[in-house]
Design a protein around this ligand. Sequence first.
Ligand SMILES: NC(=O)C1=CN([C@@H]2O[C@H](COP(=O)(O)OP(=O)(O)OC[C@H]3O[C@@H](n4cnc5c(N)ncnc54)[C@H](O)[C@@H]3O)[C@@H](O)[C@H]2O)C=CC1
Ligand SMILES: N[C@@H](CC=O)C(=O)O
Length: 852
Amino acid sequence: MSSAPSQTLDEAAASPASAVLQALRPAALTRVHKFGGSSVADAARIAALAPLVDDGADIRAVVVSAMAGTTNALVAMAEQAASGQDWSADWSALRERHLATADTLDPDARHGLRDALGRDFDGLRDDLLALASATGDLAPLVAQVHGLGELVSSRLVQAALGGEAAGWQRLDARDVLVVHPGEMGVGVDWDASRERFADWRARRRPSRVVITGFVARDADGRSTTLGRNGSDYSAAIFANLFDADELLIWTDVDGVLSADPRLVPDAMVLPTMSYAEACELAYFGAKVLHPQTMAPVQSRAIPLCIRNTLNPSAPGTWILAENPAGDAELSPVKGLTIVRDMAVLELAGNGMVGVPGAAERLFAALHRAGVSVVMISQGSSEHSICCVVRAGQVDRARAAVESAFAEAIADTQTQGVSVTRDISILAAVGDGMVGIPGVAARLFAALAQARVNIRAIAQGASERNISVAIADADATRALRAAHSAFWLSPQTVSIGLIGPGQVGRELLSQMAAVLPRLRASSRVDLRLRGIANSGYMALDHFAIHPDEATTRLADMSTPSFDVDAFAAHIRAEHLPHALIVDCSGSEAVARRYPEWLAAGIHVVTPSKHAGSGGWERYVAIREAQRGGARFMYEATVGAGLPVISTLRNLLDTGDEIEAIDGMLSGTLAWLFNSFDGSRPFSALVRQARELGYTEPDPRDDLSGLDVARKLVILAREAGRELSLDDVDVENLVPEALRGVPRDEFLDRLEELDAPMQARLAAAQADGLALRHIAHLSREHGARVGVAALPPDHACRHTRLTDNLVQFTTARYASNPLVVQGPGAGPQVTAAGVFGDILAIAHSLSDGIGLHA
Ligand SMILES: NC(=O)C1=CN([C@@H]2O[C@H](COP(=O)(O)OP(=O)(O)OC[C@H]3O[C@@H](n4cnc5c(N)ncnc54)[C@H](O)[C@@H]3O)[C@@H](O)[C@H]2O)C=CC1
Ligand SMILES: N[C@@H](CC=O)C(=O)O
């Protein structure tokens, strides 16, 4: 009838959560399944149930809801009938839907489904006709109408499972289940129900049975229901009556999630939770079972599992008497929920301090006004009592309290009642909070860092629930911040890359190679969530695989890059940290750094614009880092070499910089190391460009600008307010080529050859060699240019793209500290950038998040 699930129930029972469960109980003998309306929505879905209940249990009971939409239709028809309106079209439509389903499931009428359903619908028609003219207590008749959906769906499911021939009996719950209305909802008359159930069982000796959910009988034997969504409750009651080993509630989600996935993309399915946690979460609006549903299984400690009919191989969420040992290590907080449309009501006044009965009077007034109190908070000064009620009830609540305290208000013993509207409650629930210090601190720190103001706080002595009242407008941000604080590694970083050119692409391939190992061996969780070049951007809620990032961009045809939207996406509220890597080399992008840093986004770049550009921006970047976000640009000087970090270490440990000099350009090092006269200088420049050593425009190297920028960066790191204008720079680009477009410059490179050849010949004639040198000291200022050096000069002992940076300091006075090695090329540069990213990620502690 349908394809088998990819994993059988017994296989699913081998999941980690179930493994714990297996240790807690004997092999399952009796299993109760419950299928909701979406699981029996049509013939195909009903047919797909068979393999799910083919679970090997000795006794199997299947409790079913009505087909999706049926109960609503029946409720509407009952209303129409009672008010004299025409219900016949709706009746026909519902009948047709069920008969069509019956025809698909029972094409050769082996189970007599069509006839049975026809009779049921005839009965429904009679009931509706009776409703139009009935007087007195209509409730039983209305309940009879409402409950028809379960009656007919139980016939459909019985047939789909193979009918009586396959041993499947059917039980109309109204034959055994006796209930009565109660203050807290429908209550079960357990003695009567057990007696009737035992009697039915003795007569039928069922090993397989389909049971109608939702419906029951009252003490007088009349039809009634368990209230909307009552089928879960029915299933729990029958699990209790059967004394089942397990109750499986099948629905259309993979289990109970740590938060609403529409608000928190990283919400995860909880493998286990306790009855108490499930109750707390249900009270606070999470889609768990209604607390009333939990009671019948809780009283017999029957394990309950929420499973997905659409994804039966998913292990689901087990709800148990107690969480397995070690469970809290995952997170002390199990679930986080938001309840909206609330209002805070506060009664304040000196007259209440130390006066017994003030609280009683307040809550009695609310009780009389029929107002349900969702949350209560009172400071130990007793000066004010505050409670949170539903927004729709707050005016009534206020009037009731004002009336109850009218005298005290008139005497100014209380200052009266104040109301704050547009409030949400954020609740953090978990057994793992009990007796564990620091959980509340973690929640409040997360909210503080997300700039969420807390209006009221409540935590019961059970310590299982911390609830805070916050502004509605902050609710989603608060939920995301709290979720990331408890559920994600504090070293989870949302990363955006701008500029997948030579360096950017190499960075992506290094990340692709390293991230899996990183994830397995540490808590660092780097998620590339956006990539952009000057035209396009690709964003992803979760993560883009670094190997696929450039293809994502290449596949785009409509320009989309919007730098603000890009930054807003990377600074995701549901992830603790955000970082933008700028490999674009664009001045326009560098201008955004201060605002990104101020917004809590870390910035890493190999681009020298910010470090050597306008002093004001440089200071703004420094200032913006006070909020906690970091700006790292190690690759700007010496590519992957530890130049800036070495300088910082010298300064941090109290050394004083006397001079910095050496070779700061990989391109110029390679050019002068290679330039022996055998090949024209222009050919070498072209080759350096192809090797990825040069700046996007090689004139930035040849003009000395690139080295001047590096010198400015180092000078500023050393505490000097140096600007590019302060650097004495020798420009190797002939005057005529300085202002032409880049492509024209590249076409006319040969114009460099004659002057360079002449310089080389002059140096060689004196036994010297050309090197590009930078120098910085108080005495001689900042200078950049080509020098002819003798063989014993340190810069003559370099190879290929080697940079050589000499720090002459108070400590390293006669023998300078030297950093030397390859100083250009995508590989080493990307490694320098990656190193900065990792340094930031490793530095992120339990500080929960830096978003401003
Ligand atoms: N190549 C090297 O050895 C080293 C390079 N650097 C620096 O790394 C940076 C990148 O260099 P390459 O990868 O060689 O450059 P590239 O020219 O190969 O790549 C630049 C990328 O940025 C994109 N881009 C340009 N302007 C943009 C804008 N306004 N918005 C968004 N994207 C934009 C381009 O589309 C391209 O994808 C430069 O700042 C360079 O100074 C630093 C140290 C060494
Ligand atoms: N073009 C630069 C690249 C690194 O900054 C160089 O050659 O050094």
